[in-house]
Design a protein around this ligand. Structure first.
Ligand code: DGI
Ligand code: FE
Ligand code: FE
Ligand code: FE
Length: 187
């Protein structure tokens, strides 16, 4: 499957603005993949499908989490966190993508986790810094992304945690685990 075919599969599942975001994530991720020597084709496919489940019905996602034994604690956190793990499951079932490294990069793209591999880091970071994003501090993260992949991911996790805390939002433990784990390598 090439980029064009993948985009044609994902497009009907997304709104136009989300599809545009997806294309920018693909460009950003492929750019990082070149820079950090990651497999281009895997990176493209993971980026194209990363938000595949973004518009699935909340109740449907809840049923998948229960029936497919995804971590039950997800149900105690915002449903915004569900589209990564549920998306990984659905692109396997519905699109037939079986590559575990692609599925895991999609699974963890929202929260991150401790011990992310290179592809997981690239998708996590590309989603955060794609040129359409306007988070506070994102320009600094864009700069660091090309200097050090771990530092870029750490800053993205840190900003996300700070943003959520400023809004008194709960923070999923894997987001903290990503921050703590990357802190060791960037120190
Ligand atoms: O799907 P996207 O919008 O492209 O981006 P994403 O998958 O990174 O999701 C971003 C949303 O998820 C954003 O509203 C912040 C939220 N988020 C990320 N980590 C956590 C989180 N929300 C909670 N409650 N806890 C987290 O750890
Ligand atoms: Fe997402
Ligand atoms: Fe993200
Ligand atoms: Fe996204």
């Amino acid at each position: 499957m090439d980029r064009k075919q993948a985009l044609a599969i994902v497009q009907p599942h997304l709104k136009q603005s989300r599809f545009d975001h997806t294309k920018r994530v693909v460009e950003t991720a492929v750019d990082l993949a070149k820079f950090y020597n990651e497999d281009k084709q895997k990176t493209e496919i993971a980026a194209v499908f990363h938000d595949y489940a973004k518009y699935r019905d909340k109740d449907e996602m809840e049923r998948w989490i229960i029936s497919e034994y995804l971590p039950k604690d997800l149900l105690h956190y915002h449903h915004e966190l569900w589209h990564g793990p549920v998306g990984a499951l659905l692109i396997k079932r519905e699109v037939g993508i079986n590559d575990l490294s692609i599925l895991n990069a999609i699974r963890w793209h929202t929260t991150g986790k401790a011990g992310m591999n290179k592809l997981e880091k690239i998708i996590f970071l590309a989603d955060y810094i794609e040129p359409g994003r306007d988070f506070p501090g994102v320009d600094k993260v864009r700069e660091q992304a090309k200097a050090d992949l771990d530092l870029g991911c750490w800053l993205a996790a840190k900003n996300t945690i700070q943003f959520l805390m400023s809004k008194n939002q709960p923070i999923y433990p894997d987001t903290f685990h990503a921050y703590n784990d990357l802190l060791i390598t960037v120190k």
